[in-house]
Design a protein around this ligand. Structure first.
Ligand code: NCD
Length: 314
């Protein structure tokens, strides 16, 4: 396959396994490019991309911007706090105004689940979802799976644990869908109050015991507690959370095998992961960040390569 089956990247849900493989093989080539002394290719020289961030972001925003610049695209940036959104403008109006300046692609992070899909149905542009509320974060899942593949050779039959605040995490849902499409076995682990009730219907296992989960898995992806999305108290204290669901050097040493440690960032050191583990030999956290640029280059390149955007298609 040389072309994606989709016209937008709205969620992992819409991708086929062959799409993911194509994104990975394209990212392999871009990873080589970004490790050269001249890190740039002219592939998107004729393309203008708008990064619309209606929610805070550090690494995702920088990673997309860098990916776009490495592909020689023209880039404009927009963040909600300094925009007319705060004056009451609708999302469609904001985006259509930006598109009338002849923008070809929109990368959007938004606090509302479904915002990227909604936009794809209502404006005529290629849409890339950079995180929509607690729903999906497809490029994060792709770079996570790509980093595991790089470390372990393949995803087929690998046991991946996703630990922490599953309820509020878009990284969890996109990771589950992506890992399953690539043949991995997934288990989620966290406090019962942070576990969405119908999660087992996704065909994964659930555990409330971190030690047992770590004994089971090849890779543990440690998620941050999403305080900004919580309106209730889901556990008694941060200290208690860290004791039951945080990973430290002692936990790692108590296991019968070496596991790979991941984290999407931003890290809360001493809560879900100790500094020694985050910075230790088993951690691939910085490889994830490096791979994020190559994966985003691949996604942007492959979407731009699709000649016609069929208006409104997933
Ligand atoms: C994640 C996000 O924003 O969903 N971070 C990221 O994209 N690098 C996870 C998080 O905020 O904890």
């Amino acid at each position: 396959m040389s072309e994606l089956s989709v016209n937008h990247l709205l969620g992992i849900k819409y991708l086929q396994e062959t799409d993911i493989e194509l994104i990975f093989s394209t990212a392999d080539q871009f990873k080589e490019v970004i490790n050269r002394p001249i890190k740039k290719v002219p592939s998107l020289r004729d393309i203008t991309i708008a990064n619309l961030f209606f929610e805070n972001s550090t690494r995702t925003k920088l990673s997309f911007e860098l990916a776009e610049k490495r592909l020689s695209a023209d880039v404009i940036n927009f963040s909600a706090s300094s925009s007319s959104v705060s004056k009451g403008e609708t999302l469609i109006d904001t985006v259509n105004n930006i598109l009338s300046m002849k923008v070809d692609m929109v990368v959007m992070r938004h606090p509302q689940p479904g915002a990227a899909y909604f936009l794809s149905q209502n404006v005529n542009s290629i849409i890339v979802n950079a995180g929509d509320g607690a729903h999906e974060h497809p490029t994060q899942a792709l770079l996570d799976a790509y980093s595991i593949r790089e470390k372990l050779g393949s995803l087929q039959g690998k046991k991946i644990a996703i630990v922490g605040d599953i309820l509020h995490s878009r990284v969890a849902l996109s990771n589950i869908l992506c890992l399953q499409k690539l043949g991995a076995e997934v288990r989620v682990c966290g406090p019962a109050t942070l576990m969405p009730k119908p999660i087992e219907t996704l065909g994964i296992s659930v555990s409330y015991n971190l030690q047992e989960t770590l004994e089971w898995c090849d890779v543990a992806n440690m998620l941050r507690v999403q305080h900004e999305r919580q309106d209730l108290k889901y556990f008694p204290s941060i200290r208690e959370y860290a004791r039951q669901f945080g990973i430290n050097q002692k936990t790692l040493e108590s296991l019968s095998k070496e596991i790979v440690i991941m984290h999407p960032g931003p890290i809360n050191r001493g809560v879900e992961i100790s500094s020694a583990v985050a910075d230790g030999d088993q951690s691939i956290i910085l490889n994830q960040v490096e791979n994020g640029v190559a994966i985003r280059m691949a996604v942007l390149y492959l979407l731009a390569a699709k000649k016609e955007v069929e208006f409104g298609q997933g």
